[in-house]
Design a protein around this ligand. Structure first.
Ligand code: B12
Length: 312
């Protein structure tokens, strides 16, 4: 046994999304990978085997038959998964849609592999490559959001540890923070303060909202998660923000949150717009309505609201 060959077939099945039966069948018929055997004849796979099996899975999902692609080198497999237009397609769907979806799936799968191996740098470079390859809304809503959701599902299912989630969140947070704060926006443009209220620890949604606003020309002051109302008020007073964006995800029954939102509204000028987004916001509808805040259910609506406000 070598250090590289350390994964049993069960782990390989979990990480690649293939069944154990398919892995064994592809090995036997097409020699797609050659695992080592222990003394008791158990198969042991390397990280490279896992990556190759994952690529083969994505290429077969894109319509290529395993018999034809089993022995192709990695670059050729990537081409078939990527945007090269070689992907089999039903006539009614455009080539662009298919190749973009497939290539998004590939990026997400690559990110998950990097996370499972605690490879922060590989995760960072994959995400960076994706941020260049796709438009910003696609990158944020079709890659980052489903990636984080997949992490949540695997965490719940026990196939990812809390440490994997923490590593992934740290990388995503830094990347989005840099995009959000790094945009070269004229100081004459209006300011938007983004935060999550006291007790709300999930911040990636807030960062996505901030990044979206920065792309629309807003100067974004990102304050991070779990902030008491008086701190947000202090910031808005000092930088003369035209709007505030809050994110509410979890919990949905925080007894102090309604009071925090009221305190925030009382502390800011009546012309400052207050947007509340996030999957947990519905639970606070009564207070959101009573303070005249605008609840946002999706990013296109947020973009439209920001555009209208900026034009005022
Ligand atoms: C990363 C993570 C954490 C990290 C967060 C770190 C950080 N710095 O952000 C940490 C470790 C802190 C964490 C803690 C917990 N978490 Co958590 N977490 C996640 C995970 C995996 C990803 C969250 C994320 O980034 N999602 C991606 C973003 C993009 O999605 P989003 O936040 O919904 O935002 C989108 C929209 O809602 C909207 N939006 C959000 N905010 C705003 C704001 C504005 C202005 C606008 C316009 C739009 C908008 O835009 C975004 C894009 O569409 C999710 C899984 C999931 N399905 O999301 C679980 C998840 C949210 N967590 C969960 C749980 C249970 C917990 C804990 C209770 C776990 C525990 N036992 O301790 C604690 C709770 C802590 C607390 N008091 O809040 C559950 C919540 C279940 C529920 N809703 O009832 C989830 C869904 C996991 C699961 N499948 O069970 N978590």
């Amino acid at each position: 046994m070598t250090d590289e060959h350390k994964h049993g077939i069960k782990t390989v099945a979990t990480q690649t999304g293939l069944t154990q039966f398919t892995i064994r069948a592809w090995e036997k018929r097409y020699a797609v990978v050659t695992p080592l055997r222990t003394e008791t004849n158990r198969r042991l796979y390397s990280d490279a085997d896992i990556s190759r099996l994952m690529l083969l899975r994505l290429a077969t999902e894109a319509g290529h038959s395993i018999g034809r692609i089993a022995n192709l080198p990695t670059e050729a497999l990537l081409e078939r998964i990527g945007t090269e237009g070689t992907i089999a397609q039903p006539s009614e769907i455009s080539e662009e849609v298919i190749s973009q979806e497939t290539s998004l799936r590939f990026y997400i799968a690559s990110c998950i592999t990097a996370i499972k191996q605690f490879q922060a740098q590989a995760l960072e470079s994959t995400l960076f490559a994706a941020s260049v390859a796709f438009s910003q809304p696609v990158f944020l809503e079709k890659l980052i959001t489903p990636l984080m959701q997949e992490i949540g599902e695997q965490w719940k299912a026990g196939t990812l540890r809390v440490a994997h989630e923490h590593l992934a969140t740290a990388v995503v947070r830094t990347l989005l923070g840099n995009i959000c704060q790094g945009s070269d926006i004229a100081p004459t443009m209006p300011n938007l303060v983004i935060a999550t209220p006291r007790g709300q620890l999930h911040e990636i949604g807030a960062l996505i909202a901030g990044t979206t606003a920065a792309a629309q020309g807003w100067q974004v002051t990102y304050l991070g998660p779990n902030l008491p109302a008086e701190e947000i008020v202090g910031c808005v007073g000092q930088n003369g923000a035209k709007a505030i964006g809050l994110s509410i995800i979890y919990p949905t029954d925080e007894p102090h949150l309604a009071n925090e939102l009221r305190k925030l509204r009382r502390g800011i000028h009546e012309h400052v717009a207050l947007f509340v987004g996030g999957s947990g916001a519905n639970a606070y509808d009564p207070v959101i309505n009573s303070i005249g805040a605008v609840k946002i259910n999706d990013m296109p609506t947020f973009r439209a609201e920001l555009e209208a406000l900026r034009a005022q």
